[in-house]
Design a protein around this ligand. Structure first.
Ligand SMILES: C/C(=C\Cc1cc(O)c2ccccc2c1O)CCC[C@H](C)CCC[C@H](C)CCCC(C)C
Ligand SMILES: C[S@@+](CC[C@H](N)C(=O)[O-])C[C@H]1O[C@@H](n2cnc3c(N)ncnc32)[C@H](O)[C@@H]1O
Length: 215
């Protein structure tokens, strides 16, 4: 069982499935999992688009892509052959305009240094009428939810992460969430980048959030 399973009582898998579902990726599509890491969302997208579809996982960490590729080798589902891993930067995507039928970003936008540029790149590579689905922690406007999230990170996430030897990776969570954008600000970020519509939905009692933006 992974640390994220323990930390979120397995809920992170549900949140990721929701993110992929809301991207409206369907059989035969060509889709992008941006900031793919070890590929959790890419594998879910792979099952959605099937063997006649195509999944591209992009991350600027070669190490993460190596992990994703070895996970792909270890898995038996035939559809996973439709995934390719490309080292690249969310701020300068190596694809032509209108290339993808859907884009997902799982826990990546929060970490990107230039969020407007990233959203412009996502818009550029999406086909007209297609969707971006962006899952991340929610920077809640509710004092209670923000306090619960902060308490959980301090008292559950970081101590447990330490027992897995991942203190550093999770220690920055609180500050990164505090510097992130609220749901309303994410919607504005998307429409200002040029998306025709954008809606942010809270998940996990407001601890997480998913932005759905249509080009
Ligand atoms: C899978 C999740 C996050 C992905 C993720 C995000 C990061 O910022 C990382 C940083 C460094 C290494 C890895 C990651 C990473 O995988 C979300 C689930 C894990 C969360 C840390 C769990 C959050 C716990 C809630 C605050 C409380 C949950 C209570 C309830 C059970 C829903
Ligand atoms: C917390 S991980 C999430 C990984 C995966 N999407 C998931 O849901 O488990 C964030 C990932 O974003 C990547 N990343 C951060 N900034 C990036 C950028 N500008 N371009 C590409 N990848 C980036 C990191 O290398 C890391 O693998």
């Amino acid at each position: 069982m992974s640390l994220n399973d323990v930390l979120s009582l397995g809920q992170h898998r549900t949140w990721k499935r929701i993110c992929v579902s809301w991207s409206m990726a369907k059989r035969g599509d060509r889709v992008l999992d941006l900031c793919c890491g070890s590929g959790d969302l890419a594998f879910l997208l792979s099952q959605k688009v099937g063997l006649d579809g195509e999944v591209v996982g992009v991350d600027f960490s070669g190490q993460q892509l190596q992990t994703a590729a070895s996970r792909q080798d270890q898995r038996w589902k035939a559809c996973y052959k439709n995934i390719k891993w490309i080292e690249g930067d969310a701020l300068d995507l190596p694809f032509t305009d209108h290339y993808f039928d859907a884009v997902t970003v799982g826990y990546g936008l929060r970490n990107v240094v230039d969020k407007p540029k990233a959203m412009q790149e996502i818009l550029r590579v999406l086909k007209p009428g297609s969707r971006a689905s962006v899952l991340d922690f929610n920077k809640s406007s509710s004092f209670f939810t923000a306090s619960l999230q902060s308490w959980a990170i301090d008292n559950v996430v970081v101590p447990l992460a330490s027992s897995y030897g991942l203190t550093e990776e999770y220690k920055y969570l609180k500050s990164s969430i505090s510097q992130y954008l609220t749901g309303e600000e994410l919607e504005k970020l998307a429409t200002e980048a040029g998306f025709s519509s954008a809606k942010h939905y809270e998940l996990g009692g407001g601890l997480m959030g998913n932005l759905v933006a249509t080009r």
